[in-house]
Design a protein around this ligand. Structure first.
Ligand code: ATP
Ligand code: MG
Length: 331
């Protein structure tokens, strides 16, 4: 029996190089060995976009394109839509008895995100948003996932899932599996502006679908060492977002870049040009594959429809066991 993976993306925008190194490359690698499930988390996206359903609908297609573009293979991985698996919603209701409000309020990621979403939630957060870690526990356990490849910001969610599983099993019998998180090659990719997270909604991202000219423009505006003004000023690569991305995209020339910057023999303009060229080259096959699928919306629809059908069959198997354990398997 292959081990099981559950991972996914919220359809709140296109995916970027933060997702690529934080999560996408890992799932592509693991799909060879694991029974991989990739969820378009539309129900979760609605928790903070309930007033903008069209945005979520449009981006559902976009995140599927991004996954296919980076090499997720629909013959190896199951791509599905969260809202089309009602078993997840059922489990969420059952699990909500097993977690306290104060525990959810203490979840560091939820806490941080509520702060960021002040405008939406004003002085009181919705029941749905506060409870999204519970729904995430349902996403993971409804497929019996062993492993959850995620970015670092998701670690508290996996911890919360493990707590729910333990509590569930202690009351209703040994039915659910405790999942493990798996962090990508870079736990948290920083934004072009130096922000600690490149984010879909933070205007600091290079998207997988960005055209070469757009990438060039974005790199030109990236934050560099503010003390290096003239070309021959000595720079500090650790204070420079351009060097930060060189570490991902210019591995074969890295020492050289660092030395030249530190000794004042490399100007930022040239350094940025080199970086955007490397990013463009790296993303080219991804962009091409994305276009292939973008031009074939019917094919993409079939891939997701088929994946959702398969996912639902698996989910209903676990739900049967859960209901039996909870003594609500009436007839
Ligand atoms: P949102 O702001 O809507 O939450 P997001 O950019 O956080 O969007 P998600 O769809 O929530 O994206 O996350 C998908 C996966 O990508 C998660 O595993 C998350 O941890 C990871 N991820 C997101 N941003 C980064 C980043 N900057 N670096 C590394 N991993 C990331
Ligand atoms: Mg997120």
């Amino acid at each position: 029996m292959k081990k099981i993976i559950l991972t996914g993306d919220r359809p709140t925008g296109q995916l970027h190089i933060g997702h690529l190194f934080g999560s996408l490359l890992k799932r592509v690698e693991l799909q060879e060995e694991y029974d991989t499930h990739i969820m378009v988390a539309d129900v979760q996206a609605l928790t903070d976009n309930f007033n903008n359903p069209q945005k979520v609908r449009d981006n559902a297609f976009e995140v599927v394109l991004d996954n296919l573009a980076v090499g997720v293979d629909p013959n190896k991985s199951t791509i599905f839509i969260q809202s089309m698996i009602p078993e997840i919603a059922e489990l969420t209701v059952f699990y909500s008895n097993l977690v306290t409000v104060s525990r959810l309020q203490r979840n560091p990621t939820v806490k941080e995100e509520i702060k960021q979403k002040k405008e939406l939630f004003k002085d009181s957060v919705t029941f749905g948003f506060l409870g999204y870690p519970v729904s995430q526990a349902a996403d993971i356990t409804v497929f019996g996932a062993d492993l959850v490849p995620v970015g670092e910001d998701q670690l508290p969610m996996i911890e919360q899932t493990r707590e729910i599983v333990k509590k569930f099993n202690s009351i209703y019998g040994d039915i659910l599996k405790e999942p493990e998180a798996l962090i990508g090659s870079i736990g948290r990719v920083k934004g072009l502006d130096g922000n600690s997270k490149m984010g879909k909604s933070l205007n600091n991202a290079i998207y997988l679908a960005d055209e070469p000219e757009v990438i060039e423009q974005k790199v030109k505006k990236a934050l560099t060492d503010i003390k290096k003004i003239k070309i021959d000023d000595k720079g500090n690569p650790d204070d420079c977002m351009v060097y930060y991305y060189h570490q991902m995209f210019s591995k074969n020339n890295l020492e050289n870049i660092k030395n030249e910057c530190q000794s004042g023999t490399r100007g930022c303009v040239q350094c940025k040009k080199e970086l955007s060229e490397n990013i463009i080259k790296y993303l080219e096959p991804i962009r091409e594959k994305r276009k292939y699928y973008q031009d074939r919306p019917e094919l993409v629809r079939e891939i997701v429809k088929d994946g959702t059908k398969r996912a639902r069959i698996k989910a209903s198997e676990i739900l049967k066991k859960v209901k039996k354990g909870m003594r609500i398997d009436y007839f």
